[in-house]
Design a protein around this ligand. Structure first.
Ligand SMILES: Cc1cc2nc3c(=O)[nH]c(=O)nc-3n(C[C@H](O)[C@H](O)[C@H](O)COP(=O)(O)OP(=O)(O)OC[C@H]3O[C@@H](n4cnc5c(N)ncnc54)[C@H](O)[C@@H]3O)c2cc1C
Length: 489
């Protein structure tokens, strides 16, 4: 039985672990933190259960396909509900746009804002469906060693319909003029780590997922997905070692033979490193075994970091729904301060997740559970004073929009920012979401999934292919496992 070690227990590591175990390997997952899940960990305090990272459940088919590989379905592990409305965008206290679950409802919202836009949306979503099928069902499943891999798909003959060389900004502006509709169509790509001007319009496939497939929520929180994936892995024989930090990959010739950790040495036939790529290369490998230099990393465009607040409030807040995007400030100015002139934002946009609107189990009765996130440039200085300043800013903005007192009802609060990303995950420059999905950092142009010098070492996770986000992380773990299996045959 081949012995395989997975470094890291985020979504990509959990995925890789199950694929390796199903293929018959003896799999051990090493996780430096005390709990599994990586950026998707959760914690409970004073009766509030906080998901620490992801909160948007999009692309439900990717989760279904993952579990189907093991003869399972998401419903074997968690109960999904479709949110209706899916989310709301707040432009001011009197201008709030709610996005219903049904497409008919969404067409009505569009038409009420801009005449003729419902028909345009239909066309936009048809093109989005084509891109989604091409992108998420075919293209993302390649290891991306060479562009030739993509040539085998018929879909490539229709490559012009993928809009790789057009920006999301240009593409969206062909369809919609009203700036609220433009903001709605551009916001999903903010997750991909660059402005709509720099992201290829291929990624408008995310609008298709958001609007056509809908926004879902696993009851008891996103942590249930992690629990489900861990249970699946354990059922396949995977062993998890928490509080175990990989310190060094020992190599003989071109083969990794041992992983040295703070809890002893693991003798291995293969390794999948799903912790942050930069850290693994720079700290666990001797120079001659690294794919990339420090200079290479410094030139990468990273997705943003985030300032996050986990907050418990001892009353219900009427105007909030589950997902709330505060766009009551300039998107262009904030985006400029993240991507082009990195600094703490003057007047930030922010996002508030309030899962207690859907799920009574995440807060004590009559109370509200809030996750507040401000996207910020990676690598900024992170002090307590700065965090407190922004806490006041966002709570005051929420009070204005919601028309009620919030600050004096806060019974629990914890902040999380760049320094925590570095300490907890060894995140390069404190990034939250890995590398930006710009054209120059897509597929073959991303840090490669294989170690070119160590034949039995592969990488997985949001800094390699296919990119940031939970669904890509699941796929990344799968591809890395498939590649290691080919090598171990
Ligand atoms: C605040 C936030 C909000 C997000 N929101 C969404 C969302 O709504 N929807 C969505 O789809 N995506 C979202 N994302 C992105 C998504 O969560 C990530 O892309 C995904 O979870 C990354 O998984 P991963 O396996 O690549 O990495 P990680 O989750 O970072 O896992 C890597 C693991 O490796 C461990 N590790 C690192 N080094 C070592 C070592 N030397 N030894 C042992 N262990 C090590 C780390 O501790 C960590 O547990 C969000 C991310 C953040 C941070």
């Amino acid at each position: 039985m081949k012995k395989v070690t997975i470094i890291g227990s985020g979504f990509s590591g959990l995925s890789a672990a199950s694929f390796m175990a199903k293929a018959g390997a003896k799999v051990t997952v090493l996780e430096k933190n005390s709990t599994t899940g990586g950026r998707a960990r959760s914690y409970t305090e004073q009766g509030f259960m906080f998901d620490m990272g992801p909160s948007w459940y999009w692309m439900p088919d990717v989760f279904e396909r993952f579990f189907a590989h093991f003869g399972k379905h998401p419903s074997d592990y968690y109960e999904l509900v479709r949110l209706d409305p899916g989310f709301q965008m707040i432009f001011s206290e009197n201008d709030i746009m709610q996005i219903p679950a049904s497409l008919e409802g969404i067409y009505e919202v569009f038409e009420s804002i801009e005449k003729g836009s419902a028909d345009k949306l239909k066309l936009f979503l048809e093109e989005g469906a084509f891109k989604y099928k091409a992108g998420m069902q075919h293209l993302v499943h390649q290891p991306a060693y060479s562009w030739l891999e993509f040539a085998k798909y018929d879909i490539i003959r229709d490559a012009s319909r993928l809009h790789m060389f057009k920006s999301v900004r240009d593409y969206v502006s062909k369809f919609f003029k009203d700036e609220r509709l433009v903001a709605l169509m551009e916001f999903p790509v903010l997750f991909l780590g660059a402005t709509a001007k720099e992201i290829p319009a291929l990624y408008s496939l995310m609008n298709y997922s958001a609007l056509s497939q809908g926004t879902w929520y696993p009851m008891k929180g996103m942590a249930e997905i992690i629990k489900g994936m861990e249970a699946l892995a354990v059922s396949l024989g995977v062993e998890f070692v928490a509080g175990c930090e990989a310190k060094k990959v020992e190599i003989t010739g071109s083969k990794a033979i041992n992983i040295k950790t703070n809890k002893g040495t693991y003798n291995i036939d293969g390794v999948i490193a799903s912790g942050d790529y930069h850290h693994i290369e720079q700290h666990l490998l001797d120079m001659q075994y690294r794919n990339y230099s420090e200079k290479y990393w410094d030139k990468r465009v990273l997705a943003p970091s985030s300032l996050i607040f986990y907050v418990g409030v001892n009353k219900r807040i009427q105007k909030l729904i589950h997902h709330n995007l505060f766009f009551d400030a300039s998107l262009n100015i904030h985006a400029h301060e993240i991507y082009h002139d990195p600094k703490w934002p003057n007047d930030p946009l922010f996002y508030v997740c309030c899962p207690s609107k859907t799920d009574a189990s995440v807060a004590p009765e009559g109370m509200e559970n809030l996750f507040i996130l401000i996207p910020i440039a990676p690598g900024l200085s992170d002090t307590n004073e700065i965090r407190e300043h922004y806490f006041k800013v966002v709570i005051e903005r929420m009070e204005k929009v919601c028309g009620e007192q919030i600050m004096e009802h806060i019974v629990y609060k914890k902040s999380y920012c760049k320094n925590d990303f570095v300490n907890d995950y060894h995140a390069y420059k404190g990034n939250a979401y890995g590398l930006a999905n710009t054209l120059r950092q897509t597929a073959v142009l991303k840090p490669t999934l294989r170690n070119k010098k160590v034949k039995n070492m592969f990488y997985a996770g949001q800094l390699t292919v296919p990119g940031p986000g939970v669904p890509p992380a699941l796929i990344s773990g799968q591809i890395a496992a498939e590649q290691l299996l080919l090598h171990l045959k």
